[in-house]
Design a protein around this ligand. Structure first.
Ligand code: CAA
Length: 387
């Protein structure tokens, strides 16, 4: 596939690979242990143009395409999945929503510092009782003169603690199903906007996941993103791009797990020889490499469709579904190859195993991806060309 990449895409890949290996990977295990947010990495990534990669240069982004973004995110994920999820949310659902729906003033005020990596953004859709079904959210935004007043609680928000600005969805018309949901830009420090409980997670431990609480939080009416009623569409289209990102994260972590398993298999001797000589192990490794390549191609293909301006919702879901399920199989096998050592913190494979677990859950569970894909099959077969 490398030969099919443009010169620019190859440059992005090798630059980010070097940065990820030298800077991000070396501190990943420590971050996993201490849960320290990767602020220094993120700062450097901002300087390298990695926090708003697909945003045009005029808004302080890197002006890269989606394929270049996938390549970069894969490299960061192979080094540290916690750092990768912060990059992924910022690039896709936060920056892209502002780029697509923001006014010129909103772009100057919020998109520029986000894309330049000067500040971190969050997207707040999920609620305690509305995860897979965000239409049932109960957060409200009531118009009051030149303001909206937001009330409600958002849950599982990536970068909730560390963000300076959040895009928050809320009901503006309770009777209008998805058309009653709007999106708002809310700055940290606005009275009535609080960070609640921080989750203590199995994996991605250095990325903060929090509740965001809104109590009579008054924001200027001009901070609505798009029009009233656009919130669900903004979230869904942002998630299309986000799901390619989760697929890229899955490919990165899977590749790191395979590399670790191969390294260990070469060194480990049992029954008088390196365990890498046993056919039983070699066939497992062959299957692992094949699955990773299949997921990588699916992810790059969805990204290329996005770059060509084609509808890519179903392909993003396919890439996310396949890659996230794949990485859970791969990290399990990589851990098994390590035997008892794989179960300890002396080797990175147990971290890969824990980090990968959420990939089949966040930004839409595997079950939700199957709903999206099957809806496209039954509604419009033209979107699912088989070549
Ligand atoms: N792009 C643009 N619009 C879209 C769309 C898309 N991909 N998908 C649906 N829509 C529009 C439809 O066109 C429709 O609009 P109209 O009526 O105007 O035509 C409207 O949205 C409703 O569509 P559906 O009837 O298909 O919606 P639904 O209520 O049946 O839900 C769903 C569909 C696929 C189940 C959706 O609710 C969904 O994706 N759920 C999962 C949510 C999710 O991924 N949550 C994760 C949150 S983020 C996170 O994980 C945390 C983090 O920070 C990392």
């Amino acid at each position: 596939m490398t030969s099919e990449l443009t010169h620019e895409q190859q440059m992005i890949q090798s630059m980010v690979r070097e940065f990820a290996r030298k800077v991000v990977a070396t501190t990943a295990a420590e971050r996993d242990r201490t849960k320290a947010f990767p602020i220094e990495n993120i700062k450097q990534m901002g300087e390298l143009g990695l926090m708003g990669m697909m945003v045009p240069l005029e808004y302080e982004g890197a002006g890269a395409d989606a394929v270049g973004y996938v390549l970069a995110l894969t490299e960061i994920a192979a080094a540290c999945a916690s750092t990768a999820v912060v990059m992924s949310v910022q690039n896709s659902i936060v920056c892209e929503s502002l780029l697509r729906y923001g006014t010129e003033d909103q772009k100057k005020k919020y998109l520029c510092p986000l894309a330049g990596g000067e500040i971190i953004g969050a997207f707040a859709l999920t609620e305690p009782h509305a995860g897979s079904d965000p239409v049932r959210q109960t957060t409200t935004a009531e118009r009051n003169g030149n303001h909206y007043i937001i009330n409600g609680t958002k849950r599982f928000i990536t970068s909730g603690e560390n963000c300076k600005v959040a895009i928050v969805t809320a009901k503006t018309d309770d009777g209008a199903r998805h058309k009653g949901i709007s999106a708002f830009i809310v700055e940290k420090g606005t009275p009535g906007f609080m960070v609640g409980h921080t989750e203590d997670k199995l994996g991605l431990r250095a990325s903060d996941t929090t509740d965001l609480i809104f109590e009579d939080c008054r924001i200027p009416a001009e901070n609505i993103l798009g029009e009233e009623g656009d919130g669900f569409r903004i979230a869904m289209s942002g998630l299309d791009s986000g799901r390619i990102g989760i697929a890229a994260q899955s490919v990165g972590v899977a590749r790191a797990a395979l590399d670790a398993a191969v390294r260990y298999a070469r060194e480990r001797e049992q029954f008088g020889q390196s365990i890498s000589k046993f056919q039983g192990l070699r066939w497992i490794v062959a299957d692992m490499a094949t699955e990773i390549e299949a997921a990588r191609q699916l992810t790059l293909s969805a990204a290329a469709m996005k770059d060509r301006g084609e509808p890519y919702t179903a392909q993003a879901s396919m890439a996310k579904l396949f890659a996230s399920e794949m990485v859970n199989r791969i990290t399990g096998k990589a851990l098994q190859i390590h035997g008892g050592y794989g179960f300890t913190k002396d080797y990175p494979v147990e971290r890969y195993f824990r980090d990968a677990r959420v990939f089949t859950i966040y930004e839409g569970t595997s079950e939700i991806q199957r709903i999206v894909i099957s809806n496209h099959i039954f509604k419009d077969k033209r979107q699912l060309r088989t070549g």
